[in-house]
Write a protein of this length. Structure first.
Length: 184
């Protein structure tokens, strides 16, 4: 099998599951056992400052923290930090690619709160997962379009624009894709 780890999944207009409509997912893991990814373009109403307070982490009020994102329907109270790969690692840092890591420990949040965290990061609550063969089946049903990930889109593009920017990378205009398809 070909692993799609470190790739984007773009929900096609015919996506039936409302939880994934208009989603751009960054795949953190993909193997014969299944897949795990994070939706990177749906804003969450939960502010990062609230998470800091809940975890009793002091933060610099002068820092403008980005909104958290909804990573998917699984364990929506569980947080992940997707971040640039730099020289520092935290307790639970796992490398996804040479330039993207994922961490899920309190120490990275402390560093972000004090302004010494990774150069680029997004904080995501919840995740998306697929059992063995499930993602491959969904791909064969044309529910998802796969494309290489792009750090400019992942870290430097507003969440509302990420899906359309990803589609543009491969020459698609999401506004022109038809939601239904059929046979003549």
């Amino acid at each position: 099998m070909i692993s799609l780890k470190n790739h984007f999944l773009l929900a096609m207009p015919n996506m039936l599951d409302a939880r994934f409509k208009n989603s751009l997912i960054y795949l953190c893991e993909h193997s014969e056992d299944g897949a795990m990814g994070l939706i990177v373009n749906h804003r969450n109403t939960i502010k990062l400052e609230k998470i800091f307070k809940q975890l009793e982490i002091e933060y610099k009020s002068e820092i403008k923290f980005l909104s958290t994102l909804k990573g998917g329907p699984m364990s929506e109270d569980r947080g992940f930090v997707l971040h640039s790969n730099n020289s520092k690692t935290w307790e639970s840092t796992n490398e996804i690619s040479s330039d993207v890591c994922i961490s899920a420990s309190k120490d990275i949040l402390r560093d972000i709160a004090s302004g010494v965290g990774p150069e680029e990061s997004i904080i995501i609550l919840g995740y998306s997962s697929w059992t063995a063969g499930q993602l491959e089946r969904e791909l064969s049903e044309n529910s998802w379009l796969t494309l290489p990930s792009n750090n400019d889109i992942l870290f430097r593009t507003n969440p509302e624009n990420k899906a359309s920017k990803a589609a543009e990378l491969i020459g698609f205009d999401l506004n022109k894709l038809m939601p239904n398809y059929g046979n003549a």
